[in-house]
Design a protein around this ligand. Structure first.
Ligand code: HEM
Length: 420
């Protein structure tokens, strides 16, 4: 394995990445992707992918892509131009391609402007006490499990639950639907993988039907009983944008409620479980943070840098261009590797050291026009959770390494067993 810090020349062998990708998907790679990111970075800044396109491993090159106007997200028009256009026709992929994250200007600009800053200071201040109360309830449950069994699963008891309660209460979704939403979200996500198999796409298609039924019904219910809430505001706004075309407004309202909900769930849950794992596996770290609560936001950011909940994201070149010395033809797809970028030693020295006071840089929330809309909410959830958890369970520690879902794009901790 090449040491951290050694950036070798660019490989032209399209199969060179295959062993690293296999390792990334393996149990070992999911448990510790850091060596895989190093291997990929050692192959070059811009590494050819077997199916055409490139993986991008360096911080600056990834940043340039995310922020550059000449890089676009793979939308319907791009998919239709592909020689493998059939690959993109399954219902789950098509559903995701209509969402904000797969739209380019001018449609993307229009929808983003309409949403504005969803979680501005005032909104977060109003949400804070409710999230804090939910954190306390979930920690009561964790406590009960610990008393009963001497061990509890942080991921399922707390990590998975806080994000759905947060976004669910913000949108006014009744609590009894939360288990169903979590369930179809975990199944739908296969369609967003890099190379989903046919059977994975079938699972996603079924989940998509359930997701569509749920959110369509949810919007219809709110239409029937509008109030002074976020969704009622969106209904008024989009009805005014599409006068006389209720179906177009409803489509937009479904896309927004569905996507914002599912975008907030696994990502935030992974952040929470990662942060608890990274802090409690070294008791001195958790102890230090408990004594220095003013650094809790730094700890959250270091967890985001160290192990980003999303492994990669894709863009395509709007025109012929050159990236880190590599000529890239128009329409070529590039995969931004967030973890490799965050561990680029040229941006974050000693990148594999988890250092709460590092004040490092990361691309975990993306960048540019598509920069994550939920960053401040995710950070708030993590801050409130860690603050209370460290106060309440000073000796909390893992009893085993976490287990992970076998994914290439969305990382997910399925279990994190803890004790006191
Ligand atoms: C730790 C938690 C989270 C992580 C790591 C994360 C990460 C990301 C990333 C990487 C992107 C794509 C950025 C790009 O393409 O440049 C994104 C987009 C997005 N995220 Fe998040 N996210 C998180 C939480 C949330 C939450 C809580 C919400 C909403 C409540 C949310 C809503 C969105 C939306 C709507 C987009 C699409 C923005 C666009 O394409 O214009 N995310 N997120």
């Amino acid at each position: 394995m090449t040491a951290v810090g050694v950036i070798r020349g660019i490989t032209t062998d399209r199969r060179a990445v295959i062993p690293s990708l296999r390792r990334l998907r393996s149990e070992e790679g999911q448990a510790n992707p850091l060596p895989v990111w190093d291997e990929l970075r050692a192959l070059g800044e811009v590494v050819p992918a077997p199916w055409g396109g490139y993986f991008v491993t360096g911080f600056d090159a990834c940043n340039q892509i995310l922020r550059g106007r000449n890089w676009l997200v793979p939308d319907f028009a791009w998919q239709e131009r592909r020689p493998d256009a059939a690959r993109w026709q399954d219902p789950a992929t098509r559903e995701m391609t209509r969402t904000l994250s797969r739209l380019n200007p001018p449609t993307h600009t229009f929808q983003r402007r309409a949403l504005g800053n969803l979680f501005d200071r005032g909104t977060l201040e109003a949400m804070g006490p409710g999230i804090d109360a939910q954190v306390s309830r979930l920690l009561d449950r964790l406590d009960l499990e610990l008393r009963r069994h001497g061990e509890a699963d942080f991921a399922t008891t707390v990590g998975d639950q806080l994000p759905i309660h947060t976004v669910g209460h913000w949108l006014g979704i009744p609590d009894e639907h939360f288990p169903h939403i979590l369930d179809f979200t975990h199944r739908q996500v296969h369609a967003q993988e890099l190379l989903p198999t046919k059977s994975e796409l079938a699972v996603s298609a079924e989940a998509t039907v359930e997701m569509k039924a749920f959110f369509t019904g949810f919007v219809a219910d709110r239409r029937a009983r509008p109030g002074n809430d976020v969704l009622s505001g969106w209904i008024r706004y989009w009805d005014a944008q599409f006068p006389g075309d209720r179906a177009a407004a409803d489509q937009m309202l479904y896309d927004l409620t569905m996507f914002i909900t599912i975008a907030s769930l696994e990502t935030t849950a992974t952040l929470l479980a990662n942060a608890v794992w990274l802090l409690t596996q070294e008791p001195s770290r958790a102890d230090w943070l408990r004594r220095h609560p003013e650094h809790v936001d730094d700890a959250v950011d270091e967890a985001l840098r160290y192990d980003p909940p999303i492994h990669l994201n894709s863009r395509f070149a709007a025109d012929d261009t050159v990236l880190a010395g590599v000529p890239i033809a128009k329409d070529t797809v590039v995969h931004v590797l967030y973890g490799a970028a965050n561990h680029d030693p040229r941006r974050n020295p000693d990148p594999h050291v988890f250092d709460i006071r590092r004040k490092g840089g990361h691309l975990t929330f993306g960048g540019g026009a598509h920069y994550c809309l939920g960053t401040s909410l995710a950070r708030l959830e993590a801050r409130l959770l860690l603050t209370r958890l460290l106060q309440r369970f000073p000796t909390l520690r893992p009893t085993a390494r976490p287990t992970y879902a076998n994914r290439m794009v969305f990382r997910r901790i399925t279990s994190l067993k803890v004790t006191t």
